[in-house]
Design a protein around this ligand. Structure first.
Ligand code: ADP
Ligand code: MG
Length: 619
C-alpha cells in the first residue's frame, strides 16, 4: 500500500508594516502582541542605510553594502535621495554644487540622475530602498506577506513630495495604506494620542536634516500647528566638523590633492561618524583614519566634540524658537517634547533641548526607531486593530524610597511586569515626628544618592508619637503606561499623601544600561555602605532608648555596668560618624551587650507589662 502525499501549503502570514523612509536610514516595524517593534533578521540590524550604489554592470546594491562603495566609487553611490523626491532642479539648487553625480531635469520638471548612461528617478531609487527594507521584513518574519504599508514623510512635505513617496512604494510593489507625518508617528509611538488634548514639540535631528514640529492633540487627533527646520543641518554636519579637524591637522603632512580626494573625504567622513557615535557613550575616543600611505590617529574628547557641535545645535534651537513663534505659543505652552533621529542620542543635544523647553523630553524609545514604531501603530489601527498598547511591559530599573541614612528600600524590582504594585509598612525614626519626607528613587544601587530621584513628597499630619509607633503604609503602583503613583498613609489618623511620576521620563537606553551595570559593579561596595547605614540607624535607635532611660540606668545598674554602658554610648556616638563597616559593626555589638542589663532592669520595672518580649530599642 502506498502513501497518499498531501501537498500542504503553508499559508504565509499576512502583515501590515510601518516604514520610516529616512534621508539617512530606513526601517520597518510591525505591531504585534500589543506593541510595535522594529523588524530585523536575527542577529542583524533592521536599519537599511538609505544609499543605493549603481555599478556599471549588474544590479544596484542597496543599504550598508551600497554605502561601502562611497569610498571607491562616490560618483555612483547615491545618498540622501529623499531630498530629490518630488522636486525640480530649482528646489535643490543649493545641493547641486556638492553632488558628485549628474543631475538633470525631466520634461515635467522633476529631478533625474544619470548613472552609467541610464537615468534614474528619485522614486525608482527610493523604491529600491523600500525593497531592501521589505526584504529585511521578509527574512525577519520567516516570509510573511506584506499586504500594506504606512510610510512616513516630514510634516513639511508638499503634495508632490508625498506623491513621489507613494509612487516609490508602488514601484516596490506594496500597497500604501497611508502617508503619515513623521512627528505624528513619533507622538503615536509615545502614546500621546491618548491624551485628550495637549501640545507637543517633536525635535528631529537626523543625518542630514533637522525638523521641529509643533503639534496639537485633540481627542486623539493630531494637527500640525507649525514646522520649522533646516534641510542642511544634521549629524552629517557634526561629522563634517571632525573631518575638517582631520584636514586641518593633516594639512602639512599630506599633499593638498589628497585632502580633497573623494576617497579620502569619504573615509574621513566614516571615521568621523564612528568617532562621534562613540563619544555619545564615552568621554573620549580615538579617531582613526587609514588609507594607503596614511595612518592618522587623534584622540577627541566629548568636550571638544561638543564645542565643535554647539553652533549647530544652536541653529536647531533657533528653528525651535521660530516654530513656536509661528504657532503663536510660548515655550511654557509645550506639554510634551519628543526626541527623534539618531543625532538626538548625543548627550549635548538632549541637554540643550531639555534646557530650551524647560522640561525633560521623551527618550524612552530609541530615537531612530520611534518613527517606524509609530507608523506600525498607524498601520495596525488602519487595518482594524485596536490600540490599547503597552509601551513597555517590564520596568527596566528598580524603584524604591529613600529610608533613614540614605539607604534605598526597593519597592518594585527591575524587570517586574507592569502593571504591578507593592505595599510596605514604614515607621518614624525620630520621637514625636509629625511628618515624613519621601524621596522616590529609581536605580539598582543601594544608596539613594547613587540612584536617580524621581520625585519627592511629604506626608504631614502624623500625630506626635514615640519613634517607631506610627504605622505608615506605602504603596507603589505602576500602571500599564509606566505611570508610577506612590501613596503613603498613616493608619491611625488616615493622613494621606501621594505623588504621580512618570518613571521612564528622560531615561535613555544608555542611561538605563549605565545604571544597571553600575548596580552590578558596585554590588559589594554598595552592600557594605548600606550595611553601615543600617547599623548606624540601629545604633541611633539604641542610643535614644538608653538616653531616655539614663536616670533609671544610673540608679539600677552597678557602677561597672553603668560605666561599660557609658563607654559603649561613647563608641556608638563615634561610630555615627564612621563609614567603616568593622568600626560601626563592633560599636553596635558593644552597645547591644552593654545595654542588655539595662533592658533586663527595665523589664522588671513599671513598664514591664507594656514591653514584655521587646528588645530595649523597641521600648
Ligand atoms: P534620518 O532621519 O535622516 O534618516 P536618522 O534618524 O537615522 O536619520 O539619524 C542618522 C544620524 O544619526 C546620523 O548622522 C548618525 O551619525 C547619527 N547617530 C546615530 N547614532 C548616534 C549616536 N549614538 N550618537 C550620535 N549620533 C548618532
Ligand atoms: Mg528620520
Amino acid at each position: 500500500m502506498g502513501y497518499i502525499e498531501l501537498d500542504v501549503i503553508d499559508q504565509p502570514k499576512r502583515i501590515v508594516v510601518g516604514i520610516d523612509l529616512g534621508t539617512t536610514n530606513s526601517l520597518a516595524a510591525v505591531f504585534e502582541d500589543g506593541r510595535p517593534r522594529v523588524l530585523h533578521p536575527e542577529g542583524q540590524s533592521g536599519i537599511v542605510p538609505s544609499v543605493v550604489y549603481v555599478p556599471a554592470e549588474g544590479l544596484p546594491i542597496v543599504g550598508a553594502n551600497g554605502k561601502a562603495h562611497a569610498v571607491d566609487d562616490p560618483k555612483h553611490t547615491i545618498f540622501s535621495i529623499k531630498r530629490f523626491m518630488g522636486r525640480g532642479l530649482s528646489d535643490i539648487e543649493d545641493d547641486l554644487s556638492t553632488l558628485p553625480y549628474d543631475v538633470r531635469e525631466t520634461e515635467r520638471g522633476l529631478v533625474q540622475i544619470d548613472l552609467h548612461g541610464k537615468t534614474w528617478t528619485p522614486q525608482q531609487l527610493s523604491s529600491l530602498i523600500i525593497g531592501a527594507v521589505l526584504e529585511k521584513v521578509r527574512v525577519a518574519t520567516g516570509g510573511a506577506e506584506v499586504t500594506g504599508v504606512v510610510i512616513t514623510v516630514p510634516a513639511y512635505f508638499d503634495d508632490a513630495q508625498r506623491h513621489a513617496t507613494r509612487d516609490a512604494a508602488k514601484l516596490a510593489g506594496v500597497d500604501v495604506l497611508r502617508i503619515v507625518n513623521e512627528p505624528t508617528a513619533a507622538s503615536l509611538a509615545y502614546g500621546l494620542d491618548q491624551k485628550s488634548e495637549g501640545t507637543v514639540a517633536v525635535f528631529d535631528l537626523g543625518g542630514g536634516t533637522f525638523d521641529v514640529s509643533v503639534l496639537s492633540i485633540e481627542d486623539g487627533v493630531f494637527q500640525v500647528l507649525a514646522t520649522n527646520g533646516d534641510t542642511r543641518l544634521g549629524g552629517d554636519d557634526i561629522d563634517r566638523t571632525l573631518v575638517d579637524l582631520a584636514r586641518t591637522e593633516l594639512a602639512d603632512q599630506v599633499p593638498a590633492e589628497t585632502l580633497t580626494d573623494p576617497a579620502f573625504l569619504q573615509a574621513a567622513r566614516l571615521a568621523a561618524e564612528h568617532c562621534k557615535i562613540a563619544l555619545s557613550k564615552d568621554p573620549e575616543h580615538e579617531m582613526h583614519l587609514s588609507l594607503p600611505g596614511l595612518n592618522w590617529r587623534r584622540t577627541v574628547t566629548r568636550a571638544e566634540m561638543e564645542s565643535l557641535a554647539r553652533p549647530l545645535i544652536d541653529r536647531a534651537l533657533a528653528c525651535c524658537k521660530r516654530a513656536l513663534a509661528d504657532a503663536e505659543l510660548e515655550v511654557a505652552d509645550i506639554e510634551e517634547v519628543v526626541l527623534v533621529g539618531g543625532s538626538t542620542r548625543m548627550p549635548l543635544v538632549r541637554s540643550a533641548v531639555q534646557e530650551f523647553f524647560g522640561r525633560e523630553p521623551h527618550t524612552a524609545l530609541d530615537p531612530d526607531e520611534v518613527v517606524a514604531l509609530g507608523a506600525a501603530i498607524q498601520a495596525h489601527v488602519l487595518t482594524g486593530g485596536t490600540r490599547d498598547i503597552l509601551l513597555m511591559d517590564v520596568t527596566p530599573l528598580s524603584m524604591g524610597i529613600e529610608t533613614v541614612g540614605g539607604a534605598v528600600a526597593k519597592m518594585i524590582e527591575r524587570n517586574s511586569t507592569i502593571p504591578c504594585s507593592h505595599n510596605e509598612g514604614f515607621t518614624t525614626y525620630a520621637e514625636g515626628q509629625t511628618g515624613i519626607n519621601f524621596n522616590v528613587v529609581q536605580g539598582e544601587r543601594e544608596m539613594a544618592a547613587d540612584c536617580r530621584s524621581l520625585g519627592k513628597f511629604e506626608l504631614k499630619g502624623i500625630p506626635p508619637m514615640p519613634a517607631g509607633m506610627p504605622r505608615v503604609a506605602v504603596r507603589f503602583a505602576l500602571d500599564a503606561d509606566g505611570m508610577l503613583t506612590v501613596t503613603a498613609k498613616e493608619e491611625s489618623t488616615g493622613a494621606l499623601a501621594s505623588i504621580d511620576i512618570q518613571p521612564m521620563h528622560g531615561l535613555t537606553d544608555e542611561e538605563v544600561e549605565t545604571m544597571l551595570s553600575a548596580g552590578f559593579e558596585n554590588a559589594q561596595e554598595d552592600f557594605d555602605r548600606r550595611r553601615v547605614v543600617d547599623l548606624r540607624t540601629e545604633i541611633g535607635t539604641m542610643m535614644a532608648a538608653v538616653e531616655k532611660n539614663m536616670a533609671a540606668a544610673e540608679d539600677a545598674l552597678d557602677q561597672e555596668t553603668f560605666e561599660d554602658l557609658l563607654a559603649a554610648m561613647a563608641s556608638g556616638q563615634a561610630a555615627q560618624k564612621s563609614d567603616d563597616l568593622k568600626t560601626v559593626q563592633s560599636a553596635r555589638d558593644l552597645l547591644e551587650t552593654a545595654s542588655t542589663p539595662l533592658a533586663a532592669v527595665l523589664m522588671d520595672s513599671v513598664v514591664k507589662q507594656a514591653v514584655s518580649g521587646k528588645k530595649l530599642d523597641e521600648v
